[in-house]
Design a protein around this ligand. Structure first.
Ligand code: ATP
Ligand code: LTN
Length: 335
Protein backbone atom coordinates (compact mmCIF):
# COMPACT_ATOMS: atom_id res chain seq x y z
CA UNK A 1 0.00 0.00 0.00
CA UNK A 2 1.33 3.42 -0.88
CA UNK A 3 1.83 6.03 1.83
CA UNK A 4 1.20 8.89 -0.57
CA UNK A 5 -2.23 7.72 -1.62
CA UNK A 6 -5.38 8.52 0.31
CA UNK A 7 -7.60 5.72 1.62
CA UNK A 8 -11.02 4.54 0.49
CA UNK A 9 -13.35 2.17 2.34
CA UNK A 10 -16.72 0.93 1.10
CA UNK A 11 -18.97 -2.11 1.28
CA UNK A 12 -22.14 -3.80 0.06
CA UNK A 13 -24.36 -6.18 2.02
CA UNK A 14 -24.85 -9.74 0.73
CA UNK A 15 -28.62 -9.32 1.01
CA UNK A 16 -29.25 -10.18 -2.65
CA UNK A 17 -27.59 -9.94 -6.04
CA UNK A 18 -25.95 -6.59 -6.95
CA UNK A 19 -28.46 -4.35 -8.73
CA UNK A 20 -27.82 -1.70 -11.36
CA UNK A 21 -28.44 0.74 -8.46
CA UNK A 22 -25.54 -0.73 -6.46
CA UNK A 23 -23.41 -0.76 -9.61
CA UNK A 24 -24.12 2.77 -10.85
CA UNK A 25 -24.24 4.27 -7.35
CA UNK A 26 -21.24 2.54 -5.80
CA UNK A 27 -19.29 -0.23 -7.56
CA UNK A 28 -18.61 1.76 -10.71
CA UNK A 29 -17.06 4.59 -8.67
CA UNK A 30 -14.93 2.05 -6.80
CA UNK A 31 -13.62 0.67 -10.06
CA UNK A 32 -12.78 4.16 -11.32
CA UNK A 33 -11.04 5.18 -8.10
CA UNK A 34 -8.99 2.01 -7.46
CA UNK A 35 -5.83 3.21 -9.23
CA UNK A 36 -5.58 6.47 -7.33
CA UNK A 37 -6.36 5.36 -3.77
CA UNK A 38 -5.47 2.65 -1.27
CA UNK A 39 -8.80 0.83 -1.30
CA UNK A 40 -10.56 -1.46 1.17
CA UNK A 41 -13.60 -3.11 -0.42
CA UNK A 42 -15.55 -5.18 2.05
CA UNK A 43 -18.47 -7.61 1.79
CA UNK A 44 -20.35 -6.33 4.84
CA UNK A 45 -21.86 -9.67 5.82
CA UNK A 46 -22.54 -8.69 9.46
CA UNK A 47 -24.72 -5.83 8.22
CA UNK A 48 -26.85 -8.28 6.23
CA UNK A 49 -27.61 -10.22 9.44
CA UNK A 50 -29.64 -7.27 10.76
CA UNK A 51 -32.55 -8.95 8.97
CA UNK A 52 -33.16 -12.71 9.04
CA UNK A 53 -31.23 -14.65 6.39
CA UNK A 54 -31.36 -18.30 5.43
CA UNK A 55 -27.85 -19.64 6.32
CA UNK A 56 -27.31 -21.71 3.15
CA UNK A 57 -28.48 -18.89 0.92
CA UNK A 58 -26.44 -16.35 2.89
CA UNK A 59 -23.25 -18.43 2.40
CA UNK A 60 -23.87 -18.66 -1.35
CA UNK A 61 -24.61 -14.94 -1.65
CA UNK A 62 -21.46 -13.98 0.27
CA UNK A 63 -19.21 -15.83 -2.18
CA UNK A 64 -21.20 -14.57 -5.16
CA UNK A 65 -20.97 -10.96 -3.99
CA UNK A 66 -17.20 -11.27 -3.63
CA UNK A 67 -17.06 -12.71 -7.18
CA UNK A 68 -19.31 -9.87 -8.40
CA UNK A 69 -16.81 -7.35 -7.00
CA UNK A 70 -14.08 -8.96 -9.13
CA UNK A 71 -16.41 -9.27 -12.13
CA UNK A 72 -17.19 -5.54 -11.90
CA UNK A 73 -13.50 -4.81 -12.38
CA UNK A 74 -12.08 -4.63 -8.85
CA UNK A 75 -8.61 -6.13 -8.69
CA UNK A 76 -7.91 -8.26 -5.57
CA UNK A 77 -4.16 -7.76 -6.11
CA UNK A 78 -4.44 -4.00 -6.07
CA UNK A 79 -7.12 -3.58 -3.40
CA UNK A 80 -7.76 -5.10 0.01
CA UNK A 81 -10.95 -7.14 -0.58
CA UNK A 82 -12.39 -9.14 2.31
CA UNK A 83 -15.37 -10.22 4.42
CA UNK A 84 -16.26 -8.02 7.38
CA UNK A 85 -16.82 -11.06 9.65
CA UNK A 86 -13.24 -12.29 9.00
CA UNK A 87 -11.80 -9.22 10.74
CA UNK A 88 -13.18 -9.27 14.31
CA UNK A 89 -11.93 -5.71 14.95
CA UNK A 90 -15.07 -4.47 13.14
CA UNK A 91 -17.42 -5.95 15.74
CA UNK A 92 -15.23 -4.86 18.59
CA UNK A 93 -14.83 -1.24 17.54
CA UNK A 94 -18.56 -1.23 16.90
CA UNK A 95 -19.16 -1.99 20.59
CA UNK A 96 -16.71 0.68 21.74
CA UNK A 97 -18.43 3.26 19.51
CA UNK A 98 -21.86 2.08 20.70
CA UNK A 99 -20.77 3.29 24.13
CA UNK A 100 -20.44 6.87 22.83
CA UNK A 101 -23.63 6.79 20.69
CA UNK A 102 -27.07 8.08 21.64
CA UNK A 103 -30.47 6.39 21.25
CA UNK A 104 -31.96 9.57 19.78
CA UNK A 105 -29.49 9.89 16.91
CA UNK A 106 -29.85 6.19 15.99
CA UNK A 107 -33.65 6.13 16.03
CA UNK A 108 -33.76 9.24 13.79
CA UNK A 109 -32.00 7.45 10.88
CA UNK A 110 -34.26 7.24 7.82
CA UNK A 111 -33.19 3.67 6.98
CA UNK A 112 -33.93 2.53 10.54
CA UNK A 113 -37.40 4.08 10.39
CA UNK A 114 -38.16 2.47 7.03
CA UNK A 115 -36.76 -0.99 7.80
CA UNK A 116 -38.32 -1.10 11.27
CA UNK A 117 -41.71 -0.32 9.74
CA UNK A 118 -41.30 -3.44 7.59
CA UNK A 119 -40.14 -5.49 10.60
CA UNK A 120 -43.45 -4.88 12.41
CA UNK A 121 -43.73 -5.27 16.19
CA UNK A 122 -40.37 -6.92 17.01
CA UNK A 123 -37.76 -4.56 15.64
CA UNK A 124 -34.28 -6.11 15.89
CA UNK A 125 -31.67 -4.15 17.84
CA UNK A 126 -29.22 -4.75 14.98
CA UNK A 127 -31.27 -2.44 12.77
CA UNK A 128 -30.87 0.35 15.32
CA UNK A 129 -27.12 -0.20 15.82
CA UNK A 130 -26.37 -0.75 12.11
CA UNK A 131 -24.86 2.75 11.51
CA UNK A 132 -22.45 2.30 14.45
CA UNK A 133 -21.06 -0.85 12.83
CA UNK A 134 -20.75 1.10 9.59
CA UNK A 135 -18.81 3.84 11.40
CA UNK A 136 -16.50 1.17 12.86
CA UNK A 137 -15.89 -0.25 9.35
CA UNK A 138 -14.83 3.13 8.05
CA UNK A 139 -12.89 4.48 11.04
CA UNK A 140 -10.70 1.37 11.49
CA UNK A 141 -8.79 2.18 8.29
CA UNK A 142 -8.15 5.94 8.67
CA UNK A 143 -10.42 6.35 5.68
CA UNK A 144 -10.38 9.62 3.74
CA UNK A 145 -13.17 8.91 1.27
CA UNK A 146 -16.28 6.70 1.24
CA UNK A 147 -17.82 6.15 -2.21
CA UNK A 148 -21.53 5.36 -1.73
CA UNK A 149 -24.96 6.02 -3.25
CA UNK A 150 -27.03 9.00 -2.04
CA UNK A 151 -29.03 6.87 0.44
CA UNK A 152 -25.93 6.44 2.64
CA UNK A 153 -25.26 10.16 3.12
CA UNK A 154 -27.03 10.25 6.49
CA UNK A 155 -25.15 7.19 7.80
CA UNK A 156 -21.89 8.71 6.71
CA UNK A 157 -22.71 11.94 8.50
CA UNK A 158 -23.16 9.85 11.64
CA UNK A 159 -19.73 8.23 11.13
CA UNK A 160 -18.27 11.74 10.97
CA UNK A 161 -20.12 12.74 14.14
CA UNK A 162 -18.89 9.68 16.05
CA UNK A 163 -15.29 10.21 14.88
CA UNK A 164 -15.35 13.84 15.99
CA UNK A 165 -17.06 12.96 19.29
CA UNK A 166 -14.43 10.31 20.08
CA UNK A 167 -11.57 12.67 19.14
CA UNK A 168 -13.05 15.33 21.41
CA UNK A 169 -13.47 12.98 24.35
CA UNK A 170 -10.20 11.00 24.08
CA UNK A 171 -7.84 13.19 21.94
CA UNK A 172 -7.21 12.98 18.22
CA UNK A 173 -7.57 9.35 17.06
CA UNK A 174 -9.81 9.00 14.00
CA UNK A 175 -9.71 10.67 10.62
CA UNK A 176 -13.08 12.27 9.81
CA UNK A 177 -14.13 10.69 6.46
CA UNK A 178 -15.72 12.44 3.47
CA UNK A 179 -18.53 11.01 1.31
CA UNK A 180 -18.04 10.50 -2.43
CA UNK A 181 -21.41 10.41 -4.20
CA UNK A 182 -21.40 10.16 -8.03
CA UNK A 183 -23.02 12.92 -10.12
CA UNK A 184 -25.00 10.34 -12.15
CA UNK A 185 -26.67 7.17 -10.89
CA UNK A 186 -26.49 7.97 -7.16
CA UNK A 187 -30.16 7.16 -6.62
CA UNK A 188 -31.72 4.64 -9.00
CA UNK A 189 -35.39 4.06 -8.24
CA UNK A 190 -37.51 0.90 -8.20
CA UNK A 191 -39.01 -0.11 -11.56
CA UNK A 192 -42.35 -1.02 -9.96
CA UNK A 193 -42.56 2.00 -7.62
CA UNK A 194 -40.37 4.83 -8.92
CA UNK A 195 -40.91 6.86 -5.74
CA UNK A 196 -38.85 4.40 -3.69
CA UNK A 197 -35.19 3.37 -4.05
CA UNK A 198 -34.22 0.26 -6.03
CA UNK A 199 -33.13 -2.36 -3.44
CA UNK A 200 -31.59 -5.78 -3.99
CA UNK A 201 -33.64 -7.22 -1.11
CA UNK A 202 -37.03 -6.12 -2.55
CA UNK A 203 -39.64 -8.90 -2.51
CA UNK A 204 -40.75 -8.34 -6.10
CA UNK A 205 -37.89 -9.18 -8.52
CA UNK A 206 -39.48 -6.88 -11.13
CA UNK A 207 -38.60 -3.93 -8.87
CA UNK A 208 -34.87 -4.29 -9.54
CA UNK A 209 -32.52 -5.30 -12.31
CA UNK A 210 -29.55 -7.27 -11.08
CA UNK A 211 -26.27 -7.19 -12.98
CA UNK A 212 -26.50 -10.97 -13.43
CA UNK A 213 -30.00 -10.94 -14.96
CA UNK A 214 -29.91 -12.42 -18.48
CA UNK A 215 -30.59 -10.00 -21.39
CA UNK A 216 -34.15 -11.28 -22.02
CA UNK A 217 -35.01 -10.79 -18.32
CA UNK A 218 -33.57 -7.27 -18.36
CA UNK A 219 -35.57 -6.36 -21.47
CA UNK A 220 -38.78 -7.74 -19.91
CA UNK A 221 -38.26 -5.85 -16.65
CA UNK A 222 -37.82 -2.55 -18.50
CA UNK A 223 -40.79 -3.26 -20.79
CA UNK A 224 -42.92 -3.61 -17.64
CA UNK A 225 -41.40 -0.63 -15.77
CA UNK A 226 -44.01 1.71 -14.29
CA UNK A 227 -44.24 5.04 -16.16
CA UNK A 228 -47.36 7.20 -16.70
CA UNK A 229 -49.95 7.78 -19.38
CA UNK A 230 -48.90 10.96 -21.20
CA UNK A 231 -46.24 9.33 -23.40
CA UNK A 232 -43.75 12.24 -23.18
CA UNK A 233 -40.10 11.47 -22.51
CA UNK A 234 -39.06 14.36 -20.28
CA UNK A 235 -37.14 14.63 -17.00
CA UNK A 236 -39.59 15.74 -14.27
CA UNK A 237 -38.93 14.02 -10.94
CA UNK A 238 -42.07 15.46 -9.29
CA UNK A 239 -44.66 14.54 -11.91
CA UNK A 240 -42.98 11.79 -13.95
CA UNK A 241 -40.81 9.77 -11.54
CA UNK A 242 -40.87 6.58 -13.68
CA UNK A 243 -39.74 8.23 -16.92
CA UNK A 244 -37.22 10.35 -15.00
CA UNK A 245 -35.70 7.21 -13.47
CA UNK A 246 -35.42 5.55 -16.90
CA UNK A 247 -33.77 8.68 -18.31
CA UNK A 248 -31.26 8.66 -15.46
CA UNK A 249 -30.46 4.98 -15.94
CA UNK A 250 -29.98 5.51 -19.68
CA UNK A 251 -27.78 8.54 -19.07
CA UNK A 252 -25.69 6.78 -16.41
CA UNK A 253 -25.12 3.80 -18.73
CA UNK A 254 -24.34 5.69 -21.93
CA UNK A 255 -22.79 8.89 -20.56
CA UNK A 256 -25.22 10.94 -22.71
CA UNK A 257 -26.62 14.07 -21.02
CA UNK A 258 -30.34 13.90 -20.13
CA UNK A 259 -31.23 16.82 -22.44
CA UNK A 260 -29.81 15.13 -25.54
CA UNK A 261 -31.67 11.89 -24.69
CA UNK A 262 -34.90 13.90 -24.39
CA UNK A 263 -34.21 15.44 -27.81
CA UNK A 264 -33.39 12.08 -29.40
CA UNK A 265 -36.66 10.54 -28.16
CA UNK A 266 -38.93 13.55 -28.76
CA UNK A 267 -42.10 12.31 -30.50
CA UNK A 268 -41.28 8.63 -29.87
CA UNK A 269 -43.35 6.39 -27.60
CA UNK A 270 -42.52 4.72 -24.28
CA UNK A 271 -42.16 1.33 -26.00
CA UNK A 272 -39.16 2.48 -28.08
CA UNK A 273 -37.64 4.31 -25.16
CA UNK A 274 -37.92 1.38 -22.74
CA UNK A 275 -36.34 -0.89 -25.33
CA UNK A 276 -33.40 1.51 -25.71
CA UNK A 277 -32.92 1.73 -21.93
CA UNK A 278 -33.01 -2.08 -21.65
CA UNK A 279 -30.42 -2.40 -24.43
CA UNK A 280 -28.12 0.17 -22.78
CA UNK A 281 -28.28 -1.78 -19.51
CA UNK A 282 -27.66 -5.13 -21.27
CA UNK A 283 -24.60 -3.64 -22.98
CA UNK A 284 -23.20 -2.14 -19.76
CA UNK A 285 -23.65 -5.34 -17.77
CA UNK A 286 -22.74 -8.02 -20.36
CA UNK A 287 -18.96 -7.98 -19.67
CA UNK A 288 -19.72 -8.34 -15.94
CA UNK A 289 -21.89 -11.43 -16.52
CA UNK A 290 -19.21 -12.99 -18.70
CA UNK A 291 -16.45 -12.42 -16.15
CA UNK A 292 -18.67 -13.60 -13.27
CA UNK A 293 -19.22 -17.00 -14.89
CA UNK A 294 -15.47 -17.50 -15.34
CA UNK A 295 -14.56 -16.40 -11.81
CA UNK A 296 -17.18 -18.65 -10.19
CA UNK A 297 -15.49 -21.67 -11.76
CA UNK A 298 -12.42 -21.09 -9.59
CA UNK A 299 -13.58 -21.18 -5.96
CA UNK A 300 -10.00 -21.79 -4.74
CA UNK A 301 -8.92 -18.48 -6.29
CA UNK A 302 -11.82 -16.65 -4.62
CA UNK A 303 -10.91 -18.18 -1.26
CA UNK A 304 -7.24 -17.27 -1.66
CA UNK A 305 -8.16 -13.66 -2.48
CA UNK A 306 -10.48 -13.16 0.47
CA UNK A 307 -8.13 -14.89 2.92
CA UNK A 308 -5.24 -12.64 1.92
CA UNK A 309 -7.58 -9.66 1.97
CA UNK A 310 -8.61 -10.35 5.58
CA UNK A 311 -4.98 -10.78 6.63
CA UNK A 312 -4.02 -7.40 5.18
CA UNK A 313 -7.11 -5.68 6.58
CA UNK A 314 -6.49 -7.14 10.06
CA UNK A 315 -3.02 -5.56 10.23
CA UNK A 316 -4.38 -2.03 9.87
CA UNK A 317 -7.59 -2.67 11.81
CA UNK A 318 -5.83 -4.18 14.83
CA UNK A 319 -3.47 -1.22 15.09
CA UNK A 320 -6.38 1.20 15.22
CA UNK A 321 -8.22 -0.97 17.71
CA UNK A 322 -5.18 -1.15 20.04
CA UNK A 323 -4.96 2.64 19.92
CA UNK A 324 -8.65 2.92 20.85
CA UNK A 325 -8.16 0.48 23.75
CA UNK A 326 -5.35 2.65 25.07
CA UNK A 327 -7.25 5.88 24.70
CA UNK A 328 -10.33 4.50 26.44
CA UNK A 329 -8.29 3.23 29.39
CA UNK A 330 -8.46 -0.56 28.90
CA UNK A 331 -5.59 -2.52 30.55
CA UNK A 332 -2.33 -2.36 28.53
CA UNK A 333 -1.56 -5.38 26.31
CA UNK A 334 0.78 -6.34 23.47
CA UNK A 335 -1.72 -8.59 21.63
P1 ATP B 1 -30.82 -3.78 0.82
O1 ATP B 1 -31.93 -4.01 -0.13
O2 ATP B 1 -30.37 -5.01 1.55
O3 ATP B 1 -31.04 -2.62 1.75
P2 ATP B 1 -29.37 -2.21 -1.11
O4 ATP B 1 -29.63 -2.67 -2.51
O5 ATP B 1 -30.09 -1.00 -0.65
O6 ATP B 1 -29.55 -3.40 -0.08
P3 ATP B 1 -26.73 -1.81 0.07
O7 ATP B 1 -25.93 -3.05 0.27
O8 ATP B 1 -27.43 -1.27 1.27
O9 ATP B 1 -27.80 -2.01 -1.10
O10 ATP B 1 -25.84 -0.68 -0.58
C1 ATP B 1 -24.62 -0.88 -1.23
C2 ATP B 1 -24.21 0.37 -1.97
O11 ATP B 1 -25.08 0.60 -3.08
C3 ATP B 1 -24.28 1.65 -1.11
O12 ATP B 1 -23.20 2.48 -1.45
C4 ATP B 1 -25.57 2.27 -1.51
O13 ATP B 1 -25.58 3.67 -1.34
C5 ATP B 1 -25.63 1.93 -3.00
N1 ATP B 1 -27.01 1.85 -3.47
C6 ATP B 1 -27.98 1.03 -2.98
N2 ATP B 1 -29.13 1.19 -3.66
C7 ATP B 1 -28.88 2.16 -4.58
C8 ATP B 1 -29.69 2.79 -5.59
N3 ATP B 1 -30.96 2.44 -5.75
N4 ATP B 1 -29.12 3.73 -6.37
C9 ATP B 1 -27.82 4.07 -6.21
N5 ATP B 1 -27.01 3.53 -5.28
C10 ATP B 1 -27.52 2.58 -4.47
N1 LTN C 1 -24.64 0.74 5.09
C1 LTN C 1 -24.13 0.54 3.77
C2 LTN C 1 -23.24 -0.64 3.66
C3 LTN C 1 -22.01 -0.38 4.44
C4 LTN C 1 -20.99 0.55 4.11
C5 LTN C 1 -20.05 0.45 5.16
C6 LTN C 1 -20.80 1.44 3.06
C7 LTN C 1 -21.67 -0.99 5.61
N2 LTN C 1 -20.49 -0.50 6.04
C8 LTN C 1 -18.92 1.26 5.20
C9 LTN C 1 -19.65 2.23 3.11
C10 LTN C 1 -18.74 2.15 4.15
C11 LTN C 1 -25.29 0.39 2.85
O1 LTN C 1 -25.13 0.63 1.72
N3 LTN C 1 -26.42 -0.03 3.29
Amino acid sequence: MSDEKKTIFSGIQPSGCVTIGNYLGALRSWKNLQDDYNCYFCVVDLHALTVKQDPAEMRRRCIELYAEYIACGLDPEKNVMFFQSHVPAHSELSWLLTCISYMGEMSRMTQFKEKSKKAGSNVGLGLLCYPVLMAADILLYNTDLVPVGADQKQHLELSRTLAARFNNAYSDTFKVPEPYIPANGARIMSLTDPTSKMSKSAENPNAYVSILDEPDVIMKKFARAVTDSDNKIVHDAQNKPGVTNLLEIYSACTGEPISSIEDAFAGKGYGDFKKAVGEAVVETTQPIRDRFKTIMQDKAYIEKCYTEGAQKASCTANKTLAKVHRKMGLAPHKL
